[in-house]
Design a protein around this ligand. Structure first.
Ligand SMILES: Cc1cc2nc3c(=O)[nH]c(=O)nc-3n(C[C@H](O)[C@H](O)[C@H](O)COP(=O)(O)O)c2cc1C
Length: 197
């Protein structure tokens, strides 16, 4: 698939089949992630491949985090909500949790360490799309909690930046929508143009 076509036609696909994703495809997605640009060659990403019942532990962690916020966890409404959360990781046969572990290199800039991992995530989403898979970048507040850090044994500085849900497509991919480039772009051709910003 042509890169421009891949960029444009990639969509967040929530509905995928239960059919397992082969290791060969997973390896290609991971490899694409590792080719992201990274300043000072810190390669600050970590990937955790969750399949099968490892997804159960992610669900129970998400539920535990939610439960701690609830006024009345024993209520019927709370219990329903918690049971839905437990099922969430089973929406796709494959989840790749992507973390940043910022480098100790004194030159490294934290923001850029995150940027490199975000670029890796986009590479992975595009690779999965080019391989014919559906993908979805999921986060939410529980992603950035100490409990999640602990689950993946990250350092104090480490963070999970996304859960990438992947699976085989069940139906055609919908069209995307974006604002026009002109709405978000300013062309600067002279020094004075900065004064008009
Ligand atoms: C950092 C980040 C986190 C996201 N987390 C979620 C999420 O938790 N739930 C969700 O429905 N979409 C999530 N998305 C996906 C966006 O909703 C999606 O990219 C957007 O709707 C545009 O659709 P498209 O990807 O099909 O172009 C996330 C996107 C980013 C960049």
């Amino acid at each position: 698939m042509d890169i421009f076509e891949a960029i444009r036609s990639r969509r967040s696909i929530g509905l995928v089949s239960d059919e397992p994703v082969s290791k060969e495809l997973i390896d290609q997605i991971l490899e694409a992630g590792t080719w992201a640009p990274n300043h000072f060659r810190t390669e600050p990403w970590k990937f955790f491949v969750l399949t099968g019942n490892s997804r159960k532990r992610l669900g129970s962690t998400l539920a535990k985090i939610e439960e701690a916020q609830m006024d009345d966890p024993a209520s019927e409404t709370s219990q329903k909500k918690l049971s839905k959360i437990l099922d969430k990781p089973f929406r796709a046969p494959l989840i790749i949790a992507v973390a940043v572990e910022p480098s100790d290199n004194p030159k490294a800039i934290l923001l850029e360490e995150y940027g490199a991992v975000y670029a890796a995530i986009q590479n992975m989403l595009l690779a999965a799309h080019a391989l014919g898979l559906g993908g979805f970048w999921r986060t939410g507040k529980p992603t950035y909690t100490p409990e999640m850090k602990q689950l993946f044994n990250l350092s104090d500085k480490g963070e999970i930046l996304g859960f990438l849900y992947f699976g085989h497509l069940k139906r055609d991919v919908h069209e995307g929508k974006r604002r026009a480039v002109s709405e978000v772009t300013t062309w600067l051709t002279s020094e004075e143009d900065f004064d008009k910003l």
